[in-house]
Design a protein around this ligand. Structure first.
Ligand code: ADP
Ligand code: MG
Length: 845
């Protein structure tokens, strides 16, 4: 029974929201059942029974509700924590090589997370007498708080409070110390109620004069919590809204009022808006800083008070009390960063940083503490990613290519109809230098729509082919695969090289022929969709895999394609440029190249924000363009989460256009619910200029290439992310004619306008994604399709770019100095600890 592994599993399950995560081998609940069912013989007998009993309860875990799962987990964590503390088990083999334990060491804990081991060692040195504990499970010496001690034994925290803290995933003293405040209130910089300006985000602190909680007489699902706050400058009324039947219960409402006793000091944060009662905050976050009947006073803890993220039923006072009580254990925290590194990057010590993030003496201390902790979050992620890259590069490939050769020079001299841009040249050089080594390439090329990624991929493929290898090019949709295929056929014919297309709709006979010629090695290049990774496809000598629009494929799919060869080189491409902070966070394990320059002679797409009032003018413009022989896209947003609505809006709009607005033209329709044959038909009709206007949902975003289209109108433009709008806009401006993009919006909001103006003013995908990040956060840049971004507790990809750069730099230097990190055992252990949490289910093996 590996206590540490179990503890980690419990931790990760809690991190994942108690969803009974699936490991490689078992589900979480199965894993716990099995492990608890077989406790090691060196654990005391009564404890073994407890473990088995508790393990049995996990058999039902899947059928438990959220709260029960959480409670069961809390129980398991406590039991493990106690078992570990008081058992005399010998240490299990550490995951990472530790400094060898001297054979005569009397009592060692079974911990192997070295962070804990070292921290433990420090405690031991100071209180070795205590280490030979008596085996009594509770109490322990007064004063000395252990980092891994359950919160229940903290002074002032009993079993009941411990249960409440468990709702926040706070089980041990360490958990509490690493539970960072979401904000701080600086009394010195407090905003007065009188001085509020609509549109600002503020926190105000005031005395509670009265409060009331009631269900709306007009809407039985809506419950309103009203309160009046007063400070030295004046008073204001605030309302919080709760939707749902359960808030309508008297019990809940009474309880809510009880939590806000008259006279309490309350902090309210939110956006200031004007109401008929004067200035107020929009559905503010509320927190009781000081209850009149609590002896816990904020004045005792300085002028800067932490505000913790809370959940229902966990009073703010309780968290603050737990933190204060835990601070005594800060001294046991082990510094994981070498002194030199801390000095070089001016980072606070971990103990100071943890103490300072909770109760800083000044704004400077808070900033320094935050910087250190943000650094840690970035640094260990980068270290992990670089480590992963190193492991991949540890792989060896026999595919070593020549950067020059007959095929390539022939391509440059006879086939390529233009000269490469400087950016393309640079990226080609990056790629070719990778291909000349025995380390498998794993490179991502980022470049805006139309920046010319295809030709870069072709050059890499030709390098593979001229060396006698095969290449594969995979695209996410049939339309896109076919486009690539057409371009490649055109070029490859001139080089007398065969190339084939394999998609879901390839006929059986053709498919067989492709399989055969691939396996025999006659076919040097295969283009296709995910059909490429379907099983019967076998290459003779796959040397290079190119994946276009890589973010549309899962990790699994990418891996399966590369498994078709022996460590082939991998080139991935994306037309969705993302800001550097996000690129480092998501792709820190890849080499990244950017094509940040468009081929010459491209005309900028004239982009204009228009309001519905201008609709007639817009339609007149459509007519003018169509009269010139050009074509028009009309794009509709996802109206709702529900695909049905989405579909309906496109269908309705299409009908309206065809019958009412443009009866004289042919109007096509394209949406995600059509079969791929129907989609193809719609796209083909548009490409062949049989339809003049194409009404579409966002499915046109990828892969539709109709150079004759010169106008795009996007309805409800304010509902899209900027990057997505930019992506959509890239469907026009592909031909010689001046193109136009019209962003239709009825929104009057200032921020909507500011956002959309970015598109009017810029055509640079990197800049636009950077602005998207600033306006709407990382989720918007990536779209809902994928995220993959780790959850940082403190770090922000918007605000902490500098720290991220520094952390990346530090991680690179550390890996260069000692790729095994053996020089810094504490750092290595911390990496492992954090990475386990990031990797989630992998622990259940
Ligand atoms: P994307 O990066 O969106 O995949 P493509 O590779 O499809 O872009 O290239 C867009 C268009 O630009 C193609 O018609 C391509 O032939 C052309 N192109 C690419 N590179 C250059 C260049 N250096 N000079 C002129 N035209 C180029
Ligand atoms: Mg492309």
């Amino acid at each position: 029974m590996d206590l540490d592994r179990l503890q980690k599993a419990l931790q990760v399950e809690a991190d994942n929201g108690f969803n009974d995560m699936q490991g490689n081998q078992y589900r979480f609940s199965e894993f716990i059942c099995l492990s608890f069912g077989q406790p090691s013989p060196d654990i005391p007998r009564d404890r073994r029974q407890q473990l088995r009993d508790l393990g049995g309860k996990f058999a039902d875990y899947r059928h438990l509700g959220f709260a029960d799962r959480r409670n069961l987990l809390a129980e398991a964590r406590q039991l493990l924590s106690q078992t570990k503390k008081y058992s005399n088990t010998a240490p299990a083999t550490p995951i990472v090589a530790e400094t060898p334990t001297p054979a005569n060491t009397t009592k060692t804990t079974s911990k192997k997370t070295a962070k804990k081991v070292v921290a433990k060692a420090a405690t031991k040195a100071s209180s070795s007498a205590k280490a030979s504990s008596t085996g009594k499970s509770k109490g322990g010496a007064r004063g000395a708080i252990d980092l891994d001690q359950p919160v229940q034994y903290l002074p002032g925290i009993g079993p009941k409070s411990a249960d409440r803290l468990a709702k926040l995933n706070l089980f041990t003293v360490r958990d509490v110390l690493y539970y960072y405040p979401r904000d701080h209130i600086d009394y010195a910089k407090q905003v007065n109620i009188r001085e509020l300006t609509a549109g600002d985000s503020v926190t105000i602190v005031g005395q509670l004069k009265s409060c009331n909680c009631f269900t709306s007489p007009r809407n039985s699902k809506l419950t309103i919590f009203d309160l009046t706050l007063k400070d030295s400058s004046g008073q204001m009324r605030l309302s919080r809204f709760f939707m749902g039947a359960r808030f309508a219960s008297r019990g809940w409402q009474e309880n809510q009022k009880r939590q806000f006793p008259k006279g309490a000091t309350v902090a309210a944060s939110g956006l200031v808006k004007e109401s008929k009662y004067g200035m107020t905050l929009d559905n503010p976050e509320l927190e009781v800083l000081e209850s009149p009947d609590q002896d816990f006073e904020s004045s005792k803890i300085g002028k800067i008070v932490p505000i913790y993220p809370l959940t229902e039923g966990v009073p703010a006072d309780l968290v603050r009390r737990a933190v204060v009580a835990s601070l005594g254990a800060v001294e046991q925290l082990q510094e994981t960063l070498p002194g030199g590194l801390r000095q070089q990057y001016e980072l606070a010590e971990i103990r100071d940083a943890i103490a300072g993030i909770h109760f800083p003496d000044s704004g400077e201390v808070l900033a320094a503490s935050r910087k250190r902790l943000v650094f840690d979050e970035f640094f260990y992620l980068q270290l992990g990613l670089l480590n992963r890259r190193r492991q991949q590069q540890g792989g060896h490939t026999d595919v070593v290519l020549e950067p020059t050769g007959k095929l390539l020079s022939q391509f440059y001299d006879e086939v390529l109809p233009f000269t490469l841009t400087g950016a393309q040249q640079r990226v080609v050089t990056d790629i070719l230098s990778n291909l000349q080594t025995t380390i498998p390439m794993n490179r991502l090329v980022q470049g805006d729509v139309g920046s010319g990624k295809t030709v870069v991929a072709v050059i890499a493929l030709l390098a593979a082919i001229q060396a006698g290898y095969q290449g594969a090019l995979m695209a996410p949709t049939e339309v896109l695969a076919e486009q690539h295929y057409r371009k490649l056929v055109h070029w490859f014919n001139q080089l007398h090289l065969p190339v084939e297309l394999l998609t879901g709709s390839t006929k059986t006979a053709k498919r067989r022929e492709i399989h055969r010629s691939l396996q025999s090695g006659e076919l040097p290049l295969l283009v296709g969709t995910h059909a490429l990774i379907e099983d019967p496809v076998q290459f003779d000598r796959l040397g290079l895999v190119v994946i276009d629009e890589q973010h549309r494929f899962g990790v699994q799919q990418r891996a399966r394609l590369t498994q078709k060869g022996e460590n082939p080189h991998i080139l991935t491409m994306t037309a969705t440029p993302i800001p550097r902070t996000m690129a480092l966070t998501l792709h820190g394990d890849l080499d990244v190249s950017q094509i940040d320059e468009l081929p010459p002679g491209r005309k900028a797409i004239k982009t204009t924000i228009v309001t519905p009032k201008k609709r007639q003018e817009v339609y007149d413009m459509f007519r003018r363009e169509i009269a010139l022989g050009r074509q028009v896209y009309v794009v509709l947003p996802l109206v709702d989460e529900s695909e049905k609505l989405d579909l309906k809006s496109a269908i309705v709009a299409h009908q309206d256009f065809q019958t009412n607005v443009f009866p004289e033209y042919k109007v096509g329709l394209l949406h995600g619910k059509m079969t791929s044959a129907e989609k193809d038909a719609a796209i083909t009709a548009f490409r062949d200029n049989e339809t003049h206007i194409l009404v579409s949902t966002t499915v046109v975003e990828v892969g539709v290439d109709v150079p004759n289209a010169s106008v795009m109108m996007i309805e409800h433009a304010e509902r899209f992310g900027l990057s997505q709008l930019h992506q959509l806009r890239g469907r026009v401006g592909r031909g010689a004619a001046q193109s136009f993009c019209l962003l239709m919006t009825a929104s009057r909001s200032e921020t909507s306008m500011q956002r959309l103006k970015v598109l009017e003013q810029s055509q640079d995908g990197f800049f636009i994604s950077e602005m998207d990040l600033r306006f709407r956060g990382p989720g918007e840049v990536l779209g809902s399709r994928q995220s993959g971004l780790p959850d940082f507790a403190l770090a922000s990809l918007v605000e902490d770019q500098e720290v991220l750069e520094v952390a990346r730099d530090a991680a690179e230097k550390a890996m260069e100095k000692d790729p095994t990190l053996a020089k810094w055992p504490a750092m290595r252990a911390e990496l492992e600890y954090r990475y386990t949490r990031l990797l989630g289910g992998a622990i259940l093996t």
